[in-house]
Design a protein around this ligand. Sequence first.
Ligand SMILES: [Zn+2]
Length: 420
Amino acid sequence: MARNGTSRRPGWLAAVGPCVSAVCGHPGFIENSIFVSSVQAVAASAQLRAIRQAAYQDVRVFRGLEQVRRTTQDRRRMLETIADQLGDLELELSYSDEGSAGRMLQRLDPCRATPVEPRGRRDSALKGHNPTDQLSTARTGVAVPPEYVRRNRMRIGDLHLHPISDGTFIARPQYFGNHLAPQSRPELFSRHQAAWLPIGCFLVRASDRLVLIDAGLGPELRELPYGMHLVGGQLLTGLRALRVTTTDITDVICSHFHSDHVGWLFDLDANPIFPRATIWFGTADWPHFVTGTGDMLTHIREGLRTPAHAPRIRPIDHDTTIAPGITALPAPGHTPGHICIVISSGHQRALLLGDAITCPIQLDEPSWHSMADVDPALAGRTRQRLWRELEDERTTGAGAHFPELQFGRVLPGTARRWFT
Ligand SMILES: [Zn+2]
């Protein structure tokens, strides 16, 4: 039974409470976001400081979140439960990450974290469970249950494919068009008329290459119109659960340059997070986002434009084999250079759709587009082409925001339907 965190740790709760309120914005915005802000608040707090063991952080704290999910009836109770769960951990200030982590934290956290001292190698945070070598909460934001990441994998012939979510996209009906009523499709918009969708990334092991498809939002919280939000930060934790370090990644393929697909490419100093990786993307996204006016965070744009990084920047404007069994195909419309990625081995294929299709429900709802489509008409034609590809019984597909990152295909016929 949960103890009362308020009475045991009043200072802690006092420190966390305003952070949670300020970062979360409104009471309905819980789970990932409250957890991000709670962990960041812990890191910001002079009393409790950073978490001693990354293993604790990943497993125990997530269990705490599960309990919050089950038991929380109101905001105060939620804070007390988090305080109780986290308060049991022995916390001390031991930031192990580079200085950028502290600056990220400062930017994200209204409590103003103390800048951290650079220590160790850039990727030291991913090396294991040593207390001085831990994964920084500031960089990862929130814990992912490692057992979930390891279990949630699939095989395509000889290739292993691991879906990893960097966080949550809280979408409302307006994202799919102003013609939608707030009560539309309650099975999708099941949480106070919002859909809680993942920010999907995929890791593929292909011979000696380790390829990351999409790079999440990064440790950011972004507000969107109509009360929608993006909250990221989990990707590196998910990779670590797979025993993958940032230096292991050989290639990052960005389906497109929207912020929730490029967030972990560079840190706030525009240094690569994946220092050995080649970055692949659709050529036409460059003039739109990097040299044009498309929305892109400054440090990501700077990182892409840094001349020293140029040898690892690879635009694609036609079907391109990136690694054995991994091919990128142009699928424009959502953005000018949007690409889809085909993973194939033997007779099996997986089609990673990026944001060309946001949600399988669009199969039944052809009038649903995406608010972020740069060219809605072209995006609509691309969607129809991709649905037809997914009628192939050897092909399975998933988009970056498909619920639970679950793969499926289209059952053809007079009444096509989505089958998982
Ligand atoms: Zn997206």
